[in-house]
Ligand binder design. Structure first.
Ligand code: TMP
Length: 212
């Protein structure tokens, strides 16, 4: 079936780390070769860009600057890590990808969708994820989890209204592309979240193997 590209999305405190653990186990059980990576980041240069994007700073970060930085990191990540892995038949699991840009820089910051589409065409082209899992939690629950963390980045510190737009934005992405974007109710118990993830992965796997 070749390498598959799956992205994992969700607001702050939606439980992506736990979900990745579950995906790892599912892939290991099937002996599927994979890499786990993240955005912004995934290569040394892209990780440096991540620091630029996420470090809290006194200077106001211009929305266009933020947008171009996430796409600069993505160009590097795609060329140096994602595309080479997929070409070898290795699956790629990315903690965030393009949907985050539509949601954070687009929906939440008010960025122009047409510009996002142009950047997506230019930088990502056909290398879009085969499937995307969105971990959905009410904003208040996500925030409760985030405030328990020692380090909060520049985007964690945004307002509740911003985070609500992020949640709405991911749900809208799922509504617009239900075939690719699957919503996981991440407010449920750990067991039930894991079950939903495994169910989605198994369904996708059957579809990709031609069993459905
Ligand atoms: P996280 O990986 O810990 O969730 O942090 C990454 C942060 O970067 C998160 O707040 C979302 C943000 N981000 C964007 O704003 N745009 C993007 O395109 C990506 C990939 C992430």
């Amino acid at each position: 079936m070749g390498g598959k590209f799956i992205s994992l999305e969700g607001g702050e405190g939606s439980g992506k780390t736990t979900a990745i653990h579950c995906i790892r186990q599912w892939l290991d059980a099937r002996n599927i070769p994979y890499i786990i990576t993240r955005e912004p980041g995934g290569t040394p240069l892209a990780e440096e860009i991540r620091q630029l994007i996420l470090s809290p700073r006194d200077e106001t970060v211009n929305n266009t600057t933020e947008l171009l930085l996430v796409f600069a990191a993505r160009a590097q990540h795609l060329a140096e890590k994602i595309q080479p892995a997929l070409e070898k038949g290795t699956w790629v699991i990315s903690d965030r990808f393009l949907d985050s840009s539509y949601v954070y820089q687009g929906k939440a910051r008010g960025g122009d969708t047409e510009i996002l589409n142009q950047l997506a065409d230019w930088v990502v082209g056909d290398s879009k994820p085969d499937a995307t899992l969105v971990l959905d939690v009410p904003v208040e629950l996500g925030q409760e989890r985030v405030v328990q963390r020692q380090h909060q980045d520049r985007l964690d510190k945004e307002s509740l209204a911003f985070h609500q737009k992020v949640r709405d934005g991911f749900l809208e992405r799922a509504q617009a592309e239900p075939g690719r974007v699957k919503v996981i109710d991440a407010s449920l118990s750990l067991d039930l979240v894991q079950q939903q993830i495994e169910h989605q992965l198994s369904q996708l796997y059957s579809t990709w193997s031609g069993n459905v």
